[in-house]
Write a protein that binds this ligand. Structure first.
Ligand code: NAG
Ligand code: NAG
Ligand code: NAG
Length: 424
């Protein structure tokens, strides 16, 4: 027995040794799943210093490069820019809440705190909007028409007009969709051709060759240059053609601004120019031109004159002791660009079954917001734009939230057109 028992024990021991340690594997799997879940859902970085790539715009390099003097009062005096009014006056709205706004609905709620105020609404008596279409890449079609419609339906047309910049004004003007806007909205909508030579006159860019060859295969470098030149010459608000405006941007124009790239804090992608506001002959743009003129020419299809330029400029301004331009939080103009929890649903896919814990269409919730759709509509009213990130070939699903938004805008557009016709 003893021998037997010993043998048995021995076999058991061996078996034990050979047994797969399921418990341990399970624990390790759980840990990994939790890490992956946390990272995906909350964008939590467990090793914040290790995993981020080194910044493309290195601090050290930039600390020693001075501003070019665009903010010297004597120099500003010779331009149309009013330093006292635009830079030294106290702003009414805060555009940075001091938190990174990537949790819950705080970004949208913050956007909702910025409300129009009659006392100040005459601050900007006239506002020019700019956008850009390259004629040789894609046809200007209904999808692009939605962007123009959204401008006409949401901005204050008593003081606003829109310039659609292009590399071929004659061709674009006879495109059926565009021809209709020209006919229906004279004095509000116009098409203009980019003339680099004329638009760079009197700036340091007049002498640089990179502008001649700027037209790349994605309209990125030229798009980035055109927005800065259009704003330098006319001032106003820029928006890209791949967005649907949802709210009057006028309320934000006491600030000069670009937008936050997304909510993820990637050191290489911080600032975005898909919507921006600068005043005519703004010294901010003057400093941007200085960087463009003194740095190597941009790589085609790159962000050299976009995100990276804004970032360099931002750093230089602060280092040079100048109050930097503002940055709109991600959700203000790009509510798709954060983690799934708080981003808007994909505009090109069918509406989700639920949103933020509420069944999409079954009004069973409590309080004024009773279903997911209503909740989303509340958020749409707080923000200024839905950025579609190109995706030119995709269509909006039937009955989806974008289609409903466009229908609402079409109704408003009809009302505005009738009003206009009644005056004329
Ligand atoms: C600049 O703005 C200030 C404050 O609004 C105003 O008093 C002043 O007249 C303006 N200057 C010019 C040259 O328009
Ligand atoms: C939402 O409510 C409808 C109607 O009550 C129901 O058919 C559907 O399954 C619900 N959807 C989800 C995702 O709970
Ligand atoms: C979009 O569609 C056009 C024609 O329908 C095609 O020529 C083009 O390659 C497509 N682009 C993409 C990115 O799929």
């Amino acid at each position: 027995m003893i021998l037997n028992g010993g043998l048995e024990d021995h076999t058991n021991l061996r078996r034990k040794n050979n047994r797969i340690p399921w418990k341990r594997i399970l624990v390790i799997l759980c840990i990994f799943t939790t890490i992956i879940f946390l990272r995906r859902r909350h964008r939590l970085s467990l090793f914040p210093f290790k995993e981020k790539p080194p910044p493309i715009v290195p601090t050290r390099d930039w600390e020693h490069r001075p501003l070019s003097g665009c903010f010297d009062p004597e120099r500003v005096e010779r331009t149309d820019y009013n330093l006292t009014q635009f830079l030294d006056s106290r702003p009414r709205h805060t555009l940075n809440a001091g938190s990174n706004m990537k949790f819950e609905m705080e970004c949208y709620d913050f956007a909702g705190t910025i409300r129009p105020d009659e006392r100040y609404d005459d601050m900007t008596s006239s506002l020019i909007y700019h956008t850009y279409w390259r004629m040789d890449l894609l046809p200007f079609d209904q999808r692009e028409g939605y962007t123009i419609d959204s401008f006409l339906a949401t901005q204050d047309l008593s003081r606003s007009r829109l310039i659609l910049w292009t590399n071929d004004a004659a061709g674009l003007s006879v495109t059926p969709v565009v021809a209709k806007y020209l006919m229906d909205w004279p004095g509000v909508f116009e098409v203009r051709e980019v003339d680099v030579r004329e638009m760079t006159e009197g700036t340091v860019l007049n002498r640089i060759e990179a502008l001649e060859g700027m037209y790349d295969g994605s309209a990125w470098v030229d798009g980035d240059a055109v927005r800065l030149l259009a704003l330098w010459n006319h001032g106003g608000i820029w928006f890209d053609m791949d967005e649907i405006l949802t709210r009057d941007l006028g309320v934000l124009t006491e600030h000069e601004f670009v937008t936050q790239w997304d909510c993820r804090d990637d050191p290489n992608l911080i600032l975005n120019g898909h919507i921006m506001h600068f005043r005519r002959q703004s010294p901010y743009l003057c400093e941007a031109f200085h960087i463009m003129a003194t740095e190597p020419a941009p790589t085609p299809n790159s962000l050299d004159w976009g995100a990276f330029l804004y970032q360099k400029l931002y750093r230089r301004l602060m280092h040079g002791g100048v109050k930097p331009f503002s940055v709109l939080p991600w959700c203000f103009t790009d509510p798709r660009n954060c983690h799934d929890d708080i981003s808007f649903p994909n505009p090109f896919e069918k509406d989700p079954g639920s949103w933020k814990g509420l069944n999409w269409s079954d009004p069973s919730g409590e309080g004024p917001i009773r279903d997911g759709r209503q909740h989303l509509e509340k958020r749409i009213n707080q923000i200024w734009s839905i950025h579609l990130h190109n995706q030119w070939n995709r269509t909006f699903p039937e009955g989806g939230y974008i289609e409903r938004l466009l229908e609402k805008q079409a109704d408003e557009l009809g009302v505005r057109k009738n009003k206009r016709n009644a005056y004329n």
